[in-house]
Design a protein around this ligand. Structure first.
Ligand code: SAM
Ligand code: SF4
Ligand code: SF4
Length: 345
């Protein structure tokens, strides 16, 4: 199956209180990860004694697939598997195969790339359309300090090459930028991925969860990132591919590709936000910064019919008013938000 081109929301999609359709679904398939990125799963919190979810608490592949099918009835066109690290969920290829049978679905996945060299071909064969790989620097010292498990850059690059060779394209690379940590990696990363022909997307460091010690001072803004690159390799703005695209697109003036900036802190994009999230244990969240979710797993395990699921999902999305990034303040930053590794980035 080839990747579907991004589309605008279907007119029949369920809409929320602010008129936003339901279009994208992100599903966290594990809360575990082999990295301890300091901005996501800091070791002080996610240490040896941290209690991850029991296997029985996780949604099964059948449950995930049933929910995915249900959400497509409400307008979902794209599903992203995430986590935690999705590639450490056992037999993920089987899940991909089950989801790939859903018609007209753009199926993708975000990974830290650590096992991609081994898994890329199997994922493609199972029906995965595209992939996003996270990488925060090309400099081993910086990258190892950020993933905090001494994982080398070369192995992630090997994974990216394997994904390209397997035909999982277009490949997107996510780089979280944190001031005083990796802003000197912006230009080398841009240069490398421009040459490779992959789309590099810079993400402003966000106050997701409540354990990553977020401070506004640590955010390198999208504006600064674009200016920094543009001084060396001139950029110009490009139109969005579709309404509600998360990344703002910029293309190189020499015609050699594009980058994206995800400015969730400095240029909130809530007004077009079409994303729902399902956590590892089956709670539905209508915002990345939510403090509580809606229990889909209980419904599934209590024998809900397709009609019951439809009513529930419509009821939740109908009432949605989330626009966290637009109203971020000193007070909201301190809220006990759900951790990124659990709700899924
Ligand atoms: N483990 C996979 C990975 O790292 O690609 C998937 C899950 S991860 C939570 C999804 C994305 O969220 C990654 O690209 C990661 O860099 C990003 N992320 C995690 N914490 C973040 C934060 N505090 N601010 C901005 N992005 C963050
Ligand atoms: Fe793991 Fe991804 Fe979070 Fe890093 S960003 S700790 S790789 S889940
Ligand atoms: Fe969507 Fe919430 Fe992010 Fe706003 S803050 S763009 S509503 S996920």
């Amino acid at each position: 199956m080839t990747a579907l081109a991004p589309r605008n929301a279907s007119p029949a999609a369920t809409r929320d209180r602010l008129g936003r359709p339901l279009r994208d679904l992100r599903i966290s398939i594990t809360d575990r990860c082999n990295f301890r990125c300091t901005y996501c799963m800091p070791k002080e919190v996610f240490g040896k004694d941290y209690q991850f979810l029991e296997r029985s608490a996780l949604l099964s592949f059948e449950e995930i697939t049933r929910l995915a099918r249900t959400f497509t009835r409400h307008g979902v066109q794209k599903i992203r598997l995430t986590g935690g690290e999705p590639l450490i969920r056992r037999n993920i290829e089987q899940l991909i195969g089950m989801l790939a049978e859903i018609p007209d679905l753009d199926l993708t996945l975000t990974t830290n790339g650590s096992s991609l060299a081994k898994k890329a071909r199997g994922l493609k064969a199972a029906g995965l359309n595209r992939i996003t790989v996270s990488l925060d620097s090309l400099d081993d010292k910086i990258f190892m300090a950020m993933n905090d498990v001494d994982f080398p850059v070369a192995k992630v690059l090997e994974g990216i090459d394997a994904a390209a060779a397997a035909g999982l394209s277009p490949i997107k690379i996510n780089m979280v930028v944190k001031r005083g940590v990796n802003e000197h990696s912006i230009v080398p990363m841009a240069r490398y991925f421009k040459q490779q022909g992959h789309i590099l997307r810079f993400i402003e460091f966000m106050d997701v969860g409540h354990t990553n010690g977020w401070r506004m001072d640590d955010v390198v803004t999208a504006r600064e990132i674009v200016d920094t690159i543009s001084r060396e390799m001139p950029l110009e703005p490009a139109d969005p591919n579709y309404t509600g695209e998360v990344a703002e697109r910029w293309r190189y003036k020499d015609g050699s590709g594009e980058i994206g900036v995800i400015a969730s802190v400095t240029q909130a994009f809530c007004k077009d936000c079409t994303r729902a999230r399902i956590s590892t244990e089956g709670k539905l969240y209508t915002c990345l910064f939510a403090t509580s979710g809606h229990d889909l797993r209980a419904l599934l395990r209590n024998g809900a019919s397709d009609g019951d699921l439809d009513t529930f999902i419509r009821g939740v999305w109908d009432k949605r008013t989330d626009r966290y990034s637009e109203i971020r303040s000193e007070k909201t930053v301190k809220l006990e938000k759900i951790e990124m590794s659990y709700i899924g980035g």
